[in-house]
Design a protein around this ligand. Sequence first.
Ligand SMILES: [Fe+2]
Length: 341
Amino acid sequence: MTDKGKILVVDDTPASLRLLTDILKAEGYEVRSAISGELALRAATSNPPELVLLDIRMPEMDGYEVCRRLKAQPATSNVPVIFVSAVSESDEKVQGFEIGAVDFVTKPYQRNELMARVHTHLELNRLRNHLEDLVGERTAELKESEKKLRTSLLDSITALAATVEMRDPYTAGHQRRVAQLAVAIAKDLQLPEEQIEGIHLASVVHDVGKIRVPAEILNKPGRLTALEFSLIKEHAQNGHEILKTINFPWPIAQIVLQHHERLDGSGYPQALKSDQILLEAKIIAVADVVESMISHRPYRPGFGLEAALDEIELNKGKFFDSAVVEVCIKLFREQGFNFSI
Ligand SMILES: [Fe+2]
């Protein structure tokens, strides 16, 4: 039976080694013995035991050194070490505990006491290892399922975005390019990775509400009437309606609702002011304006990069968040940012 526990016994005195080994074997433990520190390390490393009973006074490499080395290597660092020694000075015991021993048995020992300690430390270590395995498994499972969830979220949201873009070829790719720029801005602002992921998803669907705007208005070349324009403006609210029931780990619906808000309250649909607007929405607002101005539309050519950057610079602190504008301009002018899609 190996189930009771694998123990390595280390002692440089053959008689002591023999005695200890015999006692443990009689109790049903699987015992290996080592006559020196060197041999003990080799045995422990090649096949880690569940417990080490270690003599202190040994020539060449003493028990303290063996313990130190066991604790220093990953394969044996968690193996409990009990010193079995004639040493009775308490400062020597303290030294033993300091380098990682779990217990101390003084020679000559009572057989029952020794067995009780061996049993306790083996059990404790088994429980600890079991718990560690459990936590490890649970963490791995959680990570895996979270990864799957995120992937399927992104898939669904991309499909949703593609549906809108199919109806609205003029802005096809607009959302993806806005996402690209918004994420680059968020990264430069050193936002947490979690938040950047939310910005990415929100950007990819920020115009999803256009699905409820009549196609002939979306696809109309030339100027829009006031009524037509008011219908287009509803897309922010519509996007919020579509997304609000989905339980995202980010405020996606709110971000989408706010992406046309402006710091001075001149935006829509709620005419929110600076501190009422989510940072995510402020970032998407800038990326949205820049991308729209650069892009060509069938009814007008693109305004060009310089005009787009001038526009946000001019309205920095008025419509658009200053820090976001500065980062956006820096990305284009100094870091050669380019839409790759
Ligand atoms: Fe929009």
